[in-house]
Design a protein around this ligand. Sequence first.
Ligand code: ZN
Ligand code: FE
Ligand code: FE
Ligand code: ZN
Length: 282
Amino acid sequence: MPLDYHIHTYRCGHAQGAPGAYLARAQQLDFREIGIADHMPAYHLHPGDPRSRKYAMAMDDLTAYVDEVLRLREQAEGIRVRLGIEADFVPGREAELKDLLSRFPFDYVIGSVHFIGDWCFDDPDYIQKYDDWDMHELYATYFDLVSRAARSGLFDIVGHLDVVKKFGFRPAEDISPILEGVAAALGEAGVCVEVNTAGLRKPVNEMYPGEDLLRLCRNHGVEVTLGSDAHSPTEVGADFDKALAMLRSAGFDRITAFEGREPRFISLEGFEESWFGKTSVR
Ligand code: ZN
Ligand code: FE
Ligand code: FE
Ligand code: ZN
């Protein structure tokens, strides 16, 4: 397996296992590279909001998180460990996030939209809120936020691109113009998209993004990477056989890795690597 770039840890409050346990599982599965990308502290919520610790690590924990992953990188043998983070995109709060990101040597940053206004729409505890929305309006609003996240320049990878479908609620209308628009925005911004297998473990029972949207991304020259969104060590690399098959079927022949926020491409044929156009010896 080439890599898994979307791995959480016990620090976020809703996942199990230390980075070392995820690494051990990845080694067992013969991964070449993994990236730990736990939830960035909820910089956009009031510190007293109980949801800050339900969704993400404490602000005080960020330094310890970074140190733990960097230490693991030093110890790991036969596998590269990258320091990632999954940060919420919240319009109007870009400067705060930019400042926070600049303080740590992240290899890559996954930008995810989990909030529409104050509503964390991917939290099953607030699933009844879907009743208040027209689905077409909801999808348009969600994908507009994703396009703004892509254009913000804050992120290397957009996380779970169509997670708004998580619980299986979909508009009756044709949303291809919306999807076309988001794929174009990603392509213009030069932001990478992950094929995230967690959707297969959710009510929607589909990869993020679905194959149609992945094809639109391909048409717009968007690069891709891979993530399990593991919240327990057993989920590392989950359904990657299906993810790789879908990538190939959508016409992709390479995936993207990152070091120090610089992209590197890994060919899906034999996982041959290139770094700025050269064959890598790393
Ligand atoms: Zn999570
Ligand atoms: Fe997420
Ligand atoms: Fe995640
Ligand atoms: Zn996530």
